[in-house]
Design a binder for this molecule. Structure first.
Ligand code: AMP
Ligand code: ZN
Length: 140
């Protein structure tokens, strides 16, 4: 799913019109077509990477710097009370467009997503917690 088959490749290249709020050599930032809140935006790399696992480290780094810059900008303009930065990988995790993107979601007290931005919890015994900690430990 790349180039002609990928909607975000076409949007990033400017072949499909979008509500662009920022653009540089590596990224286009657009307003989401189906926003969860006013100002909901997407950071889209211009090159095609399906997900975070395909993303080169330099693009991953500059994407997060850009997320900070845009979150600060949008918060200032919209007078936000908070801000979600969300990034889904894989269908099971809620990804529907398989071209890496970061959601920028402005939040306000009493907005329409008060009850949706949460997740369920699983019960883990202390042994299970220790086991998962051991198996996930990575040398820094
Ligand atoms: P995700 O579920 O994380 O893959 O997010 C995909 C997002 O892309 C959704 O929030 C969609 O509303 C948004 N989206 C899909 N097509 C377009 C489009 N043509 N222009 C802007 N946003 C889009
Ligand atoms: Zn693409």
């Amino acid at each position: 799913m790349e180039g002609q088959d990928c909607i975000f490749c076409k949007i990033a290249a400017g072949d499909i019109p979008s509500k662009t709020i920022y653009e540089d050599e590596d990224f286009r930032v657009i307003l989401d077509i189906n926003p969860a809140e006013k100002g909901h935006a997407l950071i889209i790399p211009k090159k095609h990477y399906a997900d975070i696992f395909e993303l080169p480290e330099d693009i991953a780094a500059s994407a997060m710097v850009l997320a900070k810059k845009l979150a600060t900008h949008i918060s200032g303009v919209l007078g936000c009370d908070g801000f979600n930065i969300i990034q889904n990988n894989g269908e099971v995790a809620g990804q529907t467009v398989f071209h890496f993107h970061i959601h920028l979601l402005p939040r306000h007290k009493g907005d329409s997503n008060q009850d949706t931005m949460c997740w369920n919890h699983v019960e883990l015994s202390p042994e299970e917690l220790e086991g998962i900690c051991q198996s996930l430990r990575l040398q820094g």
